[in-house]
Design a binder for this molecule. Structure first.
Ligand code: PEP
Ligand code: MG
Length: 592
């Protein structure tokens, strides 16, 4: 047995056989039954034939357009395609190691690429890009046949645990979690969107394991604990049975989904608003059952399922938003416009096929690119389609529109111009729309520093601590190598929070906190001490938050927070809070 330790981000135990998915190269690796070998071999052959045809066609087109010099690239690719070191080796791997064809192609590619690396010949180095292109094309053609990861996983009939290098939220949202009992990933942190989604789906998950995807053999048995972050590879049978018994017990003790109504107040009578963060309209019942007083953050980009935003028609979006608003009515719903970046736009098929070769930098573009409101302003047609859908849905309940990733007043003004245009376009279609409160996420330091200026432009603020912390501390929230530096109690973060609240109070607009910080009991109390009284969090955390608030004195926490804001280090702050709040204030150090 081997024991690994990661970050438990979604509670619960899961036991099953490992299903290894390498998402960076989008390959999933699974053991195949002996009678499936022939099927995988013929899938490989069909992909070869199809790839050959495509490359011929591209070659001819490029030759006609740009001449034969450029077309020679594809001659080289055709040669690689027929090279036994690639496809011959892949076929051998399928037969010998009984793995799926896609994975075999990837392995053969890795081996061949290593050979190219060893040779000190610049020409061969150049050819490595072609090698990747050819392998990418083969995999694309195999995938076209079998469907994506989701379809592949539908073939499963035994319980398994998904082991991946990284998992995008859109993949997690689409998987059938009845067969897949949980997941572990190399990448990730607590505020990673995939982790947030796992909690909302109730799927046990451990992330930030660095290299689990290469350490676990497909089919190995694996036990994960989403509370402690423990991952056991090939655990003894007795441990597996114990975990299975605990899982059955946990099912029996699921808390009754009873709607909780009524306001939440602190011990000294300060009213606190608790709302829910949701990612899908299907989350509305859980939000209602948790007693949430509204939806404080609906991450609308999840409805795109990772696909391009220009494919989401106004009508489809309108029905989705209307469904959420109507089901929550009369409670308020804050819908955030797409927080995506340009990488999610559809690219022409040829570009996509050549992706690994021509767009590596672009694919790796950081999280601070053309994202959120910047994306919306750069793509007004997409942005206005969403705004029209939102304005129409607003007629069916209490809707607020929120812009993500705002970093300046100009952006807000520009977004308002597009909003007015969207409204006028609906007017021209004879559709009258109600006034809708407009707010922004405060999640970029420049927005926090200019909160008092931004507050003149909008109706409300929502502080996104997940991003605000990462950008303030220069710690990528998805990079497990720096996760120990992601610290909500950093004096810079606390000072910024105070500044944002002051800006909002000065202009008389409400300010909420919707980042994961609000779902940690100790941090929640400190936020109350900083004068913050509106929170939005995953539905599963609302009951905890209600209890914490009811046991908290806002006046006492204000005194504690005032002292905290004079301290210079995280350790001093943490030590002081533990001393003042005792075991009740204790928290597990927030892992990211
Ligand atoms: C945040 O940044 O705190 C936030 C809630 O937004 P997201 O996690 O979707 O980036
Ligand atoms: Mg954010």
């Amino acid at each position: 047995m081997e024991r690994l330790k990661g970050i438990g981000v979604s509670s619960g135990l899961a036991v099953g056989s490992a299903l290894v998915a390498i998402q960076r190269t989008q390959v999933i690796r699974f053991p195949i039954a002996p009678d499936r070998v022939a099927r995988e071999l013929s899938a490989l052959e069909r992909a070869r034939v199809r790839s050959h045809e495509q490359l011929q066609q591209i070659r001819e087109r490029i030759a006609a357009l740009k001449g034969s010099d450029l077309a020679a690239i594809f001659d080289a690719q055709l040669l690689i395609l027929e090279d036994p070191m690639l496809l011959g080796r892949a076929a051998a791997l399928i037969a010998e190691e009984r793995v799926n064809a896609e994975w075999a192609v990837q392995r053969a590619l890795d081996e061949l690429a290593a050979v190219f690396d060893d040779v000190q010949d610049p020409y061969l180095h150049e050819r490595k890009g072609d090698l990747h292109d050819v392998a990418g094309r083969l995999r694309m053609n195999m995938r076209g046949e079998k469907g994506g990861l989701r379809d592949l996983l539908q073939d499963l009939d035994t319980p398994c645990v998904l082991v991946a290098d990284e998992l995008t939220p859109s993949v997690v949202a689409q998987l059938d979690w009845t067969h897949i009992r949980g997941f572990v990933t190399d990448a990730g942190s607590r505020t990673y969107h995939t982790a947030i989604l796992a909690r909302s789906l109730g799927v046990p998950a451990v992330v930030g394991l660095h290299d689990v995807s290469t350490r676990v053999a497909p089919g190995a048995s694996i036990l994960i604990d989403g509370d402690t972050g423990d991952v056991l590879i090939d655990p003894p049978r007795a441990l597996q049975q114990e975990a299975e018994a605990k899982m059955r017990l946990a099912k029996l003790h699921l808390p009754a989904l009873v709607s909780w109504e009524g306001p939440t107040v602190t011990r000294d009578g300060v009213r606190v608003l608790l709302q829910a963060n949701i990612e899908r309209s299907d989350d509305v019942p859980a939000a209602l059952a948790s007693g949430a007083e509204g939806i404080g953050l609906y991450r609308s980009e999840f409805l795109l399922g990772g696909g391009p935003p220009d494919m989401a028609a106004e009508e489809e979006q309108y029905h989705e938003y209307r469904r959420v608003v109507e089901r929550m009515a009369p409670k308020p719903v804050t819908i955030r416009t797409f927080d995506i970046d340009e990488r999610q736009l559809a690219r022409p098929i040829l570009e996509a096929a050549l992706d690994t070769r021509w767009f590596p930098e672009h694919e790796r573009a950081g999280h601070a690119g053309l994202r959120g409101i910047r994306f919306g302003l750069a793509h007004p047609a997409i942005f206005k389609t969403q705004l029209r859908a939102l304005l129409r849905a607003a007629a069916f309940g209490s809707l607020r529109i929120m812009f993500p990733f705002v970093s300046s007043v100009q952006e807000v003004r520009a977004a308002r111009v597009l909003l007015a245009e969207a409204r006028a376009e609906l007017g021209a279609r004879g559709i009258a729309t109600p006034e809708v409160p407009i707010g922004i996420m405060i999640e970029v330091p420049s927005a926090a520093f200019t909160a008092s200026l931004l507050a003149r432009e909008v109706d409300f603020f929502t502080i996104g601590t997940n991003d605000l912390i990462q950008y303030t501390l220069a710690v990528d929230r998805t990079d497990e190598r720096v996760s120990d530096r992601y610290e909500p109690l950093h004096p810079a973060v606390l000072r910024l929070l105070r500044q944002v609240r002051r800006g909002a109070v000065m202009r008389g607009i409400p300010v909420a906190v919707c980042g994961e910080m609000a779902s940690d009991p100790l941090l929640l109390r400190l936020l109350v001490g900083c004068g913050l009284t509106e929170f939005s969090m995953t539905p599963g955390a609302i009951e905890m938050a209600r209890q914490v608030i009811q046991e908290t004195s806002a006046a006492e926490m204000a005194r504690i927070a005032a002292r905290v804001l004079t301290l210079g280090t995280v350790d001093e702050i943490e030590g002081f809070l533990f001393e003042m709040l005792g075991p009740l204030g204790q928290r597990e150090k927030v892992q990211t």
